[in-house]
Design a protein around this ligand. Structure first.
Ligand code: ADP
Ligand code: TYD
Length: 210
């Protein structure tokens, strides 16, 4: 009989574009690896070969390329593949999965910004995904700062950044509202500080919740 590993945890990073999620996800993964803890760093949309193909469809092209409904289905399809192929196997092996964006992004981007789709988002999540993170860091900041950072590293995946500052302000408040509704798993972090200061606070919270 094989020995079963203690299941790992799912830790997600959320926030507006340019808030420092990718940087902080990487810094937390590096820190844990330095302590010899098993970690799998991943991202959404993407994180498995099939989901990376969907990422390419959904993040490139003009802002009107997909309706909110189509977008919701594409993000959900990508998440399901990512869960099956990457997240669940890693958790079963006892790894901490650190994911740059997850279902809260869908709740906010598709559920709160383009038509009143939030009820559909929640039903689809319950039917197809059915899993919440164990811990979520919401990196909060002024959208002007986030957009300046985002534009500094402008590339082809611009579809959402192209919606502008008012859109990012709506997104920011969407995440803060999720944090208020889910205090058991969400921690809001001020992202407008040096990457090292932000990382130190995140690691302290991570350890206190372990
Ligand atoms: P996100 O994943 O939230 O879009 P990134 O981690 O990719 O954000 O960061 C966006 C840009 O801002 C990158 O060029 C990154 O190097 C820079 N950056 C990240 N964190 C900070 C910080 N605390 N202070 C200043 N610049 C930062
Ligand atoms: P990401 O690559 O994390 O962008 P950034 O590094 O600029 O924050 O995510 C790409 C975009 O996809 C981002 O603008 C948010 C959007 N998105 C959704 O609209 N719904 C989702 O479910 C996810 C995961 C992302």
């Amino acid at each position: 009989m094989s020995v079963q590993a203690t299941p790992g945890r799912l830790v997600t990073f959320e926030g507006i574009d340019g808030s420092g999620k990718s940087t902080q996800a990487r810094l937390l993964a590096d820190k844990l690896r330095g302590l010899n803890r098993p970690v799998h760093l991943t991202r959404e949309p993407g994180g498995s070969p099939g989901a990376e193909e969907i990422r390419n469809l959904v993040l490139t092209g003009d802002t009107g390329r997909w309706s909110a409904e189509t977008e919701l289905l594409l993000f959900t399809a990508a998440r399901r593949d990512h869960l099956e192929k990457t997240i669940e196997p890693a958790i079963a092996r006892g790894e901490t999965v650190i994911c740059d964006r997850f279902a809260d992004s869908t709740r906010v981007y598709q559920g709160a910004t383009r038509g009143d789709l939030r009820g559909v988002v929640d039903r689809l999540h319950a039917m197809i995904i059915g899993r919440e993170p164990d811990l979520t860091f919401i990196i909060d900041m002024d959208p002007e700062v986030g957009l300046r950072r985002g534009l500094a590293r402008a590339g082809s995946e611009q579809r959402f950044e192209d919606f502008g500052v008012a859109f990012q302000e709506t997104i920011r408040h969407g995440f803060l509202s999720i944090a208020r509704d889910n205090p058991d798993r969400c921690i809001v972090i001020n992202g407008d500080r040096s990457p090292q200061e932000v990382a130190a606070e995140i690691f302290a919270h991570y350890e206190s919740r372990a």
